[in-house]
Design a protein around this ligand. Structure first.
Ligand code: NAP
Length: 379
């Protein structure tokens, strides 16, 4: 690509916003030309607006450090300075986030959002591009019903899902039916933004509750597995999911301990998929690992810049995955899985891990934009 596309980051000063700035440095297609945050940051240079400084060991990209931070409410200015926006701003009122994102789309800008405000909106696709890239097809209907010409809204799911939904989806894609899933997440502190969870709650402790997280972890997969019917996405709710979400004293990387059960039929893969099944009718440990290692979706087929080369990495060691050692696998975009073994209650259990502010936030948002670009939705 000769000329890079100018892009904006809303909430650029926050935990996820800074991860966008870091990941977009040197991106082959996009360059950050616009940053916005709350009115208290507006008017300052980006480097001076970060209330608690730059989070990362790498230096802040020079090209962004001196950009003037604008107010998220200044949609007109954004429309002049960038082609589309990544949305990662926080407000106490979800309606206000929804309305702000819609005003960007109405002004002709595609919005790739990390916020939860539009995840339940029926005509807004919630993408994990390896799983439901086809949901982008709803964009023309979204634009038509809202009278938007070039703008649209795409969201990514909650960061708690990525570590378990890809391994389960890989089995569904290989033709196995999964009936029940029990998942316990151990979520990093960075998932709560900055300053996030009080230090008194995190030192020598873990917190067995994150407000609203279990509902998101249980519902959002249904929308991702849903189908477009007319101008809406109808969730597919045929897997029972029980989630317990906990906050643990880890900086980055959400881990999930997962047990799952196959359905009665079919316990065999679709013909042509090519993996045999064990004597019990359900796949063996070896067969499941083979399915995971060969799992690939649109991002891998299209060779998108942010895509992990291998969507699921399986680690054979008994004590992996671990957040510190595995969260950065494949640029922080891979899901790392290990400890697959039989479960005495359901059929199998495993441990999954993904980087919450990369795969689960900014990296996932960039991958969504790359997919939309490749599919011709960004002019
Ligand atoms: P954060 O660190 O608290 O950052 C919040 C951002 O929102 C800052 O840029 C802040 O700007 C801006 N903001 C606050 N009040 C505002 C207002 N009234 N108007 C406009 N901007 C305002 O939060 P975060 O962790 O980056 O999360 C951002 C979004 O991503 C949230 O919707 C969150 O749910 C979602 N998300 C987070 C993660 C994660 O792992 N952290 C993962 C997935 C999704 P100032 O600096 O000017 O205050």
């Amino acid at each position: 690509m000769k000329k890079k596309i100018p892009v904006g980051i809303l909430g650029a000063t926050g935990m996820v916003g800074q991860q966008y700035v870091r990941l977009l440095a040197g991106h082959p297609w996009f360059e950050v030309s616009y940053v916005a945050a709350s009115p208290s940051s507006a008017g300052k240079k980006y480097k001076d607006a970060l209330k608690n400084g730059w989070f990362f060991p790498e230096c802040m990209p020079e090209s962004v450090a001196n950009l003037t931070v604008c107010d998220v409410a200044d949609v007109k200015r954004a429309a002049k300075e960038c082609a589309f926006v990544f949305s990662a701003f926080e407000m106490p009122d979800k309606d206000a986030i929804r309305a702000a994102e819609e005003s960007y789309a109405a002004a002709g800008m595609p919005v790739f959002s990390n916020a939860s405000a539009h995840r339940h909106t029926e005509d807004v696709p919630m993408l994990i591009p390896e799983i439901n890239a086809q949901h982008l097809d709803i964009i023309p209907a979204q634009q038509k019903s809202r009278g938007w010409k070039r703008g649209f809204i795409v969201v990514k799911p909650n960061c708690s899902l990525q570590s378990y939904i890809a391994p389960i989806h890989a089995l569904l894609q290989a033709g196995y039916e999964v009936k029940r899933v029990i998942v316990t997440t151990m979520q990093a502190v960075s998932g709560a933004g900055y300053p996030g969870v009080p230090s008194w709650d995190m030192i020598d402790n873990m917190v067995p509750y994150i407000g609203g997280e279990e509902e998101k972890t249980q519902f959002e997969p249904y929308k991702i597995w849903g189908a477009i019917e007319g101008s809406v996405i109808v969730p597919k709710e045929d897997i029972a999911i029980s989630a317990t979400c906990t906050r643990v004293p880890i900086s980055d990387g959400h881990t999930a301990s997962v047990s799952f059960e196959f359905g009665d039929k079919p316990r065999r893969p679709r013909s042509g998929v090519g993996v045999p099944t064990g004597a019990s009718g359900k796949p063996t440990v070896k067969e499941i690992i083979k399915v995971w290692r060969s799992f690939a979706g649109e991002p891998q087929k299209l060779g998108l810049p942010m895509a992990p080369q291998q969507a699921i990495h399986y680690r054979e060691e008994a004590n992996r995955p671990q957040p510190r050692k595995d969260r950065d696998a494949d640029k922080g975009m891979a899901v790392v899985v290990g400890r697959l073994r039989e479960c005495p209650v359901l059929d199998y259990r495993f441990v999954g891990l993904s980087h919450n502010t990369v795969r689960g936030a900014a990296g996932g948002g960039i991958l969504n934009a790359e997919l939309a670009m490749k599919k011709g939705y960004i002019g």
